[in-house]
Design a protein around this ligand. Sequence first.
Ligand code: ATP
Length: 386
Amino acid sequence: MGSEGDPPAAPRDADADAPAVELAGVSKRYDGTVAVEGVDLRIREGEFFTLVGPSGCGKTTTLRLIAGFEEPTAGRIRFGGRDVSGVPPEERNVGVVFQNYALFPHMTVGENVGYGLRFSEPPGDASRAERVRELLELVDLPGTADRDPESLSGGQRQRVAMARALAPGPDLLLLDEPMSALDARLRERLRLQVRAIQRELGITTVYVTHDQEEALSISDRVAVMRGGTPEQVAPPRSVYRRPASRFVAEFVGDNNVFEGVVAGPDDARPGAAAGTGSSDGTVPVDIGGETLRVRIDESESEAAAAASPSPGDRLTFCVRPQHLRVGRAENGLRADVESAEFLGETTRVHLDCDGRDLAVRAEDPLEGTVVVGFDPADAHVIDVGD
Ligand code: ATP
């Protein structure tokens, strides 16, 4: 922290190799509530980084801490290696877009965008009017400067809010649920536009959403948060294919989670290699009296890959609904059809397997009792424990 009277540290001219934004052991408590706890994050220059998680997991608080609207109770936040403790929001060179547009109704679209320049001159040699025009073109709203914001659609207003946030040429763009007030179609279109604008500018962006599909579709990396702490930080494909915990497995997309006990060689199915781990890398797991084989390889979650499962160990794994094949008896279980939801391209069928809910994808309606099985390589091991 600078001594009294020092000018606040500006984020510019920082260490070029340092992450654009770093949170080191950051916590935020409000009286009895822990909003954010021990958060360590390193967000890279030019990255589109998303904080995703259920309501109350600390996403907005984390974003507000980065913006400088809140100060951490513990830990440090650095921009380009420089500690920004005590630096007020308007001196952090960040642009912020909120859920509710926050456009001024008594100002035109152009005046709203120009308001983003109240603390600074336009970057480069551009005049204010040129900068406003340039930004409205960037967000694909050319020629709207004289319009009343009320005359725009929700998606267009949010793009105006984005143009306003980008007006001073910030180093960092922070977006807090910017699409949650829009209908599904508009959200899909707007997320493509937001991503295109971010790519064009190459601006480091931190995005908050509770919508896991949005997070997967828009981000370079995702932090899945739970109870104030990121539970997994990884590119979207890794989070989807190799969830690090049961929580992540169930929060991101549909999933079927199985908890069982590693079986001994005697429990293994006929034909399976002897021993717990077989030559094909599969392990037999007892699920309520049935033995299923799952494959563990180096691409599994860290905890699972590090552990070498022995008979009697608890093992948790998941299989996506699209990988559970109806009618596949090999490596399968019997289950009763409970209900089905027609989703257009596919039908999600809910099954009851000895009290365990399973979801599968089907093209045709199903009824009665079915067998569902999976390829051991399509199982992802989440955890192995004693
Ligand atoms: P949502 O998706 O519902 O906005 P979130 O993941 O963004 O949730 P936060 O808004 O960061 O979560 O809140 C995290 C926790 O901190 C919640 O329990 C919330 O009630 C609490 N909290 C946040 N701000 C304050 C505050 N100013 N005073 C007291 N508690 C707060």
